[in-house]
Design a binder for this molecule. Structure first.
Ligand code: HEC
Length: 402
């Protein structure tokens, strides 16, 4: 498996970048969602509270001004007025407003499970309001309740049976649980319900639009960076490395790259060009010095052979051709030791050339036609930075040996 670090920069960079931006997108999404949610909750609470307060005020007002009227017109009962007002006010909204009581007169005002629990809590401790997000079956709803306290005017109809107006007495027999309230007692509550999905509908749409817009911006950022990065960094670096590979293969140091900028990449290309120039100059110099050396050893009166530690001949002069009875071409690459009778012994003695010094010995050379000649062989080692090289001067004896 390829390690992450070995992947192309393009993939590493944009992989990480995309990941980062994705995390950012999700994080800002969550943040926005939370903010919008708390905003929406505040919106719901504010609206529910104002609905409830208005209803309670309406009822209080009605209760204090109506006297005998409901006797003839049931529609003027404070509860009935408040219900109608609530219905009209919430007509075009997703708010559902009810006025409920544990001891209801109208079964339509019977509290549900949540309302019952809250009414019981209000009876213990009448707080200003309560709200919650309530899960029931498969729907989540925002619920809000504000208690209604009985005032003296309410007791006209909600006090004792005896003191109630006739129309109330007729409808609700003695002993009905809707009588006998005290001033200050919780008589019921305004209850506001908003399905969460209606609240979220707006939020969700907003959030989706938001995320798409933000995603697009991030995408554009990534794309622009991708293009910039490729053009400015990756492509030029690739060109340099391809050029280096080619130069290594061909050995042609005259390769140059156009330097278009003066930034870091520009100076990399400049440095590459300088290096190529320097290498071209060095190679030329070394070729020249090789050439000088070759011409110089040609002048020598003895056979001169330069070889590597495995004996491989790399340079041989014309006298060597005569001595070994071979053309220069066929000598190059051969092992010097194969031309000596005691070649292997000499090879061992030279060893790796690590601690080489000048060696002088007498050797028998196998020349042309299998004839042997005795020579005085002087070997000097020179160590280049890589491999030891040996130069041998083979001097034939004046007197031919027998
Ligand atoms: C004129 C008589 C009258 C007065 C005054 C009056 N109510 Fe009622 N109230 C009724 C009647 C009648 C109903 C039943 C309405 C219906 O049929 O929907 C009722 C219903 C209610 C309900 C709904 C629960 C239920 O029993 O169905 C609440 C809550 C309530 N009244 C609170 C109050 C409060 C609080 C006051 C004082 C601010 C008050 N009422 C003043 C007559 C009165």
């Amino acid at each position: 498996m390829t390690r992450f670090i070995d992947l192309p920069i393009r993939i590493k960079f944009f992989g990480l970048m995309s990941l980062l931006l994705l995390v950012l997108l999700v994080a800002t999404g969550i943040f926005t969602y939370q903010r919008q949610e708390s905003f929406i909750l505040k919106f719901a609470v504010d609206n529910a509270r104002s609905f409830a307060s208005q209803l309670i005020e309406t009822r209080d007002y009605m209760s204090s001004v109506v006297k005998g009227e409901p006797e003839h017109n049931y529609n003027l009962v404070p509860q009935v007025v408040a219900t109608q007002v609530a219905r009209r006010v919430t007509q075009n909204s997703k708010f559902y407003v009810r006025q409920v009581s544990l001891r209801y007169r109208n079964p339509e005002n019977r509290p549900d499970q949540y309302e019952t629990a809250q009414l019981k809590a209000f009876a213990q401790n009448p707080t200003r309001e309560v709200y919650d997000i309530v899960e029931s079956d498969d729907t989540r709803s925002f619920r809000y309740m504000q208690p209604m306290l009985a005032t003296a005017s309410c007791l006209e109809c909600h006090g004792t049976y005896e003191s109630a107006p006739n129309f109330v007495k007729q409808r609700f027999p003695p002993g009905h649980f809707s009588y006998n309230y005290q001033v200050g007692e919780v008589i019921g509550a305004v209850s506001v319900t908003i399905p969460m999905k209606d609240l979220y509908a707006q939020l969700g749409a907003n959030l989706q639009f938001d995320m798409i817009a933000r995603g697009l911006v991030f995408l554009i950022v990534i794309l622009v960076m991708a293009i910039l990065m490729s053009r400015q960094v990756i492509d030029p670096v690739k060109r340099v490395s391809e050029r280096i590979i080619r130069v290594t293969r061909t050995g042609d140091f005259h390769e140059k790259l156009p330097q278009k900028t003066h930034d870091e990449i520009g100076s990399l290309i400049g440095a590459f060009n300088d290096l190529m120039e320097e290498l071209a100059r060095k190679t030329l110099q070394s070729k020249e010095s090789d050439e000088r050396y070759r011409r110089f050893i040609e002048l020598s009166g003895s056979a001169v052979v330069t070889f590597l530690k495995d004996g491989k001949i790399v340079i041989a002069n014309q006298k060597a051709e005569t001595l070994f009875g071979r053309s220069r071409q066929s000598l190059l690459g051969e092992s010097i030791f194969s031309f000596l009778e005691n070649g292997s012994a000499l090879q061992e003695k030279l060893g790796t050339g690590e601690d080489a010094k000048e060696e002088s010995s007498r050797q028998r050379v196998r020349g042309a036609g299998g004839k042997t000649k005795e020579v005085e062989m002087v070997i000097s080692a020179s160590k280049t930075d890589r491999e030891p090289m040996f130069t041998a001067i083979l001097r034939e004896d004046r007197a031919p040996s027998s």
